[in-house]
Design a binder for this molecule. Sequence first.
Ligand code: SAM
Length: 277
Amino acid sequence: MVATPIGNLADITARALAAFSVADVICAEDTRVTGHLLSAYGISAKLVSLREHNERAMAEQVIRWLSEDKIVVQVSDAGTPAVSDPGARLAEAVHRAGRRVCPIPGPSAVVAALSASGLSTTSFLFHGFLPPKSGERRRVLAGWRDAPFCVACYEAPHRLLDTLEDIVAELGPERPLMLARELTKTFETIRHLPAGAMRDWVTSDSNQQRGEIVLIIDAAPPLDEPEALDEQTLHTLAVLAAELPTKQAATLAAQITGANRKVLYDRALAMKNADKD
Ligand code: SAM
């Protein structure tokens, strides 16, 4: 499984070129695209087409080649095979046949975008392409309302605006986003904006609705921790709550102690409920 550049041909790795040179067969998503890459490096090789619709049938052929000790390379048009691209079924079939699948790592748009994001990527979710239909897309987005990790998606340029509208609707206009467009290419653009402002910017500049796009939705802001109340504050609140209606007790306790009235109110309610039990 050999990764290839996502735009800038100079991102090819030495191991990828070596693999192309020794390969008996190179399986490519689009043989013209890979032919262009090979000719840029002066390599001629036997290219065959392996794409989603013939991946299963081709897997059988690849296993036959491997059993004849042939070296078979799998590439996609750009980036790492099997990442939102053909290759996973092939790898699975080759493993099942007891043959070796060897990764030759290199570019991948999602990792390139994350690496330049400046966001915390201790953990992240890679979703690939979002559903094309708005209803389904909104259901998926809603699942990330409280996500404590960022989510990276691939997005088609003609769907970008609709997706941004859905993000604003489901995650709110303040949710921080990053748009990574045309990475490693002439018009490489990386922009951080809250969802509402991103939608407005993309609306006002149609160039942003062109090319190849990775969209990163930042983690949800942490939920507010309830304010910790010290012993003195709790005592004041308990005395007042024993004599006064909850609301009044909380208001007075807030004035006396400086603690948050809502936090005091919730705590006074809890005290009264505990007394009832
Ligand atoms: N397997 C590939 C990889 O590892 O990057 C991804 C293949 S997926 C079919 C293609 C999508 O990746 C594009 O629609 C776009 O969302 C993203 N992509 C590919 N190249 C890109 C680039 N140069 N800049 C930004 N996104 C890119």
